[in-house]
Design a protein around this ligand. Structure first.
Ligand code: SAM
Length: 275
């Protein structure tokens, strides 16, 4: 542990009043940031990519929990100054990149294991996740804060209300687990809803084969009209939806929420075959 000042003092010293446009809801309780860092497992052997360090509460916890190195990407230039104190307290272990995480070139990451741990800006959380899923071979694990509703979608099983496109895309590639919920009042300022810490453990190989872009298109069509039968909702793909379902061995009168990950992958493969 270091003798860095309390995060409230950092926020007032560097004028870090939260900006809604940047999805800023800060965590000031170091017990909670410690719990998030521990949820990511052993960090001693790896580089941690943190998106949006803000005043640095989670960053400190990651370093205190032994992260070999933290690379933190932050868009808000006001935070960059504040993070210089954290860099000084953990010499050589914190690299701060000022920029947009959506445009981050992942090839800048060093060789060796990388974990992503972040309290994500809620407005770009799913867009970032989709990018990382497309480059999953670079990551040993992801431990991410999402709004509870998004977390529920990521972890839902077929038949559940929250089951949807995101469940399929994430669970095909990862074991996805809700680790714990976080009360809205833990944040400054508090968002409207609770949040969840979600853990992603990449599978050794995908649960079923499918071209990711085709799978995205099929699930978008199916869940886009989730109350309709697949023989109707999948027509938006511009194919004979009934024939597509039959080729994939799926009942065309089923609705999207009933189809498991393997079923969606079968539909994606069948779509490639008949297109
Ligand atoms: N990690 C801090 C914490 O837990 O207190 C802050 C988390 S806050 C929910 C999200 C952070 O992401 C903010 O610091 C915000 O400035 C930053 N951010 C927002 N959009 C970003 C982007 N496109 N690229 C990088 N950082 C971004």
């Amino acid at each position: 542990m270091t003798d860095l000042p309390p995060l409230r003092d950092v926020i007032s010293k560097y004028g870090l009043a939260a900006k809604k446009s940047l999805g800023q809801n800060f965590l000031l309780d170091l017990n909670l940031t410690g719990r998030i860092a521990r949820a990511a497992g052993n960090l001693e052997h790896c580089t941690v990519l943190e998106i949006g360090p803000g005043p640095g509460g989670l960053t400190r916890a990651l370093l205190d929990n032994g992260a070999h190195k933290v690379i933190a990407v932050e868009r808000d230039s006001r935070s960059i100054e504040a993070l210089k104190d954290v860099q000084a307290a953990y010499p050589g272990r914190l690299e701060v990149i000022e920029g947009d995480a959506l445009k981050l070139d992942l090839s800048i990451l060093p060789e060796g294991p990388v974990k992503i741990v972040a309290n994500l800006p809620y407005n770009i959380g799913t867009a970032l996740l989709i990018q990382w899923l497309e480059n999953l071979e670079r990551f040993e694990g992801l431990t991410l804060m999402f709004q509870r509703e998004v977390g529920d979608r990521l972890t839902a099983s077929p038949g559940e209300k929250s089951y949807g496109r995101l469940s399929v895309l994430a669970q095909r590639l990862c074991y996805v687990e809700k680790m714990f919920g976080v009360d809205r009042n833990a944040f400054v300022p508090p968002p409207k809803v609770w949040s969840s810490i979600i853990g992603f453990q990449p599978r050794a190989k995908p649960l079923a084969q499918a071209d990711p872009k085709v799978l995205e298109a099929v699930t978008r069509a199916g869940f886009g009209q989730r109350r309709k039968m697949l023989r109707s909702s999948l027509k938006t793909l511009g194919v004979d939806a009934e024939a597509l379902c039959k080729a994939a061995n799926i009942d065309p009168t089923d609705r999207a929420e009933k189809i498991d990950v393997a079923g969606w992958c079968a539909l994606a493969r069948a779509l490639e075959d008949i297109s």
